[in-house]
Ligand binder design. Structure first.
Ligand SMILES: *Cc1c(COP(=O)(O)O)cnc(C)c1O
Length: 407
């Protein structure tokens, strides 16, 4: 697993550069990339024993690959999880985390504010397959108590949520999951492994879109599921291997190297995000700036209890003036003027990238929701999501200031 026998209880920053190392005879410093579909057997007996499950060796890259193994070991070490299984995308991680354990008639309880494709998966497929999906208001304790008074097979949440950054009380939900006998899965993309540890807070499994901060430079797609050895190396592994949601070794290598710089990148980006959020909330052209660690955040207490960093995103509502309908075309025009005027924030829908990004959720990531559905979770035409990158924070502030003048 490592280059040397490592001392016990190393911290995540150290583990990020010293785990998942399996040097070849060449003794390379940077991890090798094994771009291979399969592996050669020494003899027919070895092939027979491998297929019989009597020996554990690499057989086929849909099953396992050394570069993918290295990525899994390193991410598990950083997260503090017993096991990790990598997947082709964040969405295949979301799908497999639940699809591998749910069957007809099983009940899934999920918080309402969900990533678009996650909601699409639940409504178009899980429900068709006879899985009962029960949605709750993630910040209403009574709704959680109602939903988990009856048994459930799994509970699924994101915290903070996209794009409104609601912070859900993970330890509280975890206690209710125990009573309901549910496997508790947390999508930890917004908080990152550096800023929040759902497994320590009582969750049973964590999923990532590694496409976001783990890559952090917008190059590849990937995902991961972390949790107990029994769950990850049981149903999760069985499903990924056989349905083929396997990550490519090239992508796994990019993400493995991304993990080495994850902590420094995310800390820098989160510090800039906190600084800009506090400044933006005082800006006359901003009506609300949402950031989990701002004292004005509605779930600030939960955020302080469970997050060590507030994440790298700031969600704004622009102040478009009294009498302007925030769901109407004038509000949208103001948001578009602001986004089009930004020079350092590229208009895109990735997040966690080295480059700062602006997104208009109502017309892009959340355009499938009805206006009423958007209003219910707090998204209006004036809402703009900012992903804060690695640029100098003063350059970002100046850019935001000149663009806000046009709102
Ligand atoms: C991007 C994202 C996903 C899906 O990840 P992909 O890598 O795009 O498949 C899931 N959840 C959240 C919160 C995301 O931001």
């Amino acid at each position: 697993m490592t280059d040397k026998d490592l001392p016990d209880s190393l911290r995540p920053d150290t583990l990020a550069v010293h785990t998942g190392i399996h040097r070849s005879e060449a003794n390379e410093m940077s991890e090798g990339m094994y771009l291979t579909q399969g592996y050669a057997y020494d003899d027919a007996e070895q092939a027979r024993d491998a297929f019989a499950g009597e020996i554990d060796i690499y057989m086929y890259s849909r099953y396992a690959n050394p570069t993918v193994t290295a990525f899994q070991e390193r991410l598990a070490a950083i997260e503090g999880a017993e096991a990790c299984f990598a997947t082709s995308t964040g969405m295949s991680a979301v799908f497999v985390s639940l699809g591998s354990i749910l069957g007809q008639g099983d009940r899934l309880v999920a918080a309402k504010a969900l990533f678009g494709s996650t909601l699409q998966t639940f409504t178009n497929f899980f429900e068709k397959w006879g899985i009962v999906v029960d949605y709750v208001d993630g910040n209403d304790p009574a709704d959680w108590e109602r939903a988990l008074a009856t048994p459930a097979k799994a509970v699924y949440i994101e915290s903070p949520t996209n794009p409104m950054q609601d912070v859900l009380d993970i330890p509280f939900i975890a206690r209710l999951c125990k009573q309901a006998g549910a496997l508790f899965v947390v999508d930890n993309v917004f908080a990152t492994a550096i800023g929040q540890k759902p497994l320590e807070l009582g969750a049973d499994a964590v999923v990532y879109s590694a496409t976001k901060h783990i890559d952090g430079q917008g190059r590849v797609l990937g995902g991961a599921i972390l949790g107990s050895d029994e769950y990850v190396n049981g149903p999760v592994k069985l499903m990924v291997r056989n349905m083929g949601a396997t990550i490519s070794p090239f992508n796994a290598w990019v993400l493995l190297k991304g993990l080495e710089t994850l902590a420094v990148r995310v800390r820098h980006q989160a510090a800039s995000a906190m600084d800009l959020a506090a400044w933006l909330e005082q800006h006359p052209k901003v009506s609300v700036a949402r950031y989990p660690l701002l004292p004005s955040h509605p779930q600030h207490d939960s955020a302080v209890r469970q997050m060590t960093l507030g994440g790298t995103l700031v969600t704004l509502d622009l102040a478009v003036g009294d009498g302007v309908d925030v769901a109407g075309p004038e509000a949208q025009a103001a948001a578009f003027r602001f986004m089009n005027a930004l020079r350092l924030f590229t208009i895109s829908n990735n997040l966690g990238d080295a480059k700062s990004i602006s997104t208009h959720p109502a017309t892009t990531t959340h355009n499938k929701m009805t206006p009423e559905g958007r209003a219910e979770v707090g998204i209006s035409e004036t809402t703009v999501r900012l992903s804060i990158g690695l640029e100098d924070v003063e350059d970002l502030r100046a850019d935001l200031d000149q663009a806000l003048a046009l709102v």
